[in-house]
Design a protein. Structure first.
Length: 151
């Protein structure tokens, strides 16, 4: 197995076949987004969604793809605000298909092309930046839906 990089402060959720790497400052809603995405899959908004990692993730570039997995000691754990740390089903590893930056004060209403991608571990990935106070779930759903439709 390829050695994973040191952990970074982020969460990840697998939606369909690709993982979303969720970044943002403490309290920006990373865990909340993951929980809401999983719940949205249960209602049919997404075909499938499951936690990969919460709060800390391990990342590695393998054959041009960014792989995310939970650190062993945090696997299957997620923080639920007002309830504490809970155990839940999780995916042990996934390929990142999108980077979601929450509470980004630099987020633009209509981003320029350079703002739509980011490079992590040498891998260029689509990036979605959401300003503080904006619910990211409908934006991500629209992005995934329009990508499926070929828009």
């Amino acid at each position: 197995m390829t050695r994973m990089a040191p952990t970074v402060h982020a969460s990840a959720v697998l939606i369909g076949a690709g993982a979303i790497l969720v970044r943002g400052p403490s309290g920006s809603g990373k865990s909340d987004f993951v929980l809401r995405a999983v719940a949205a899959a249960e209602t049919g908004l997404f075909s499938f969604a499951r936690l990969v990692a919460d709060d800390r993730v391990e990342l590695a570039a393998i054959y041009g793809r960014l792989i995310v997995r939970p650190p062993e000691q945090l696997a299957g754990l997620i923080e639920v605000r007002s309830l504490g740390i809970r155990r839940t089903a999780y995916e042990p590893m996934a390929v990142v298909s999108l980077v979601l930056d929450l509470a980004d004060p630099q987020a633009k209403r209509l981003p320029d092309d350079p703002d739509r991608t980011t490079v992590i571990e040498g891998v260029t990935l689509p990036r979605l930046s959401v300003p503080p106070g904006v619910d990211p779930l409908p934006i991500v759903a629209a992005m995934l839906d329009t990508a499926r439709a070929g828009a």
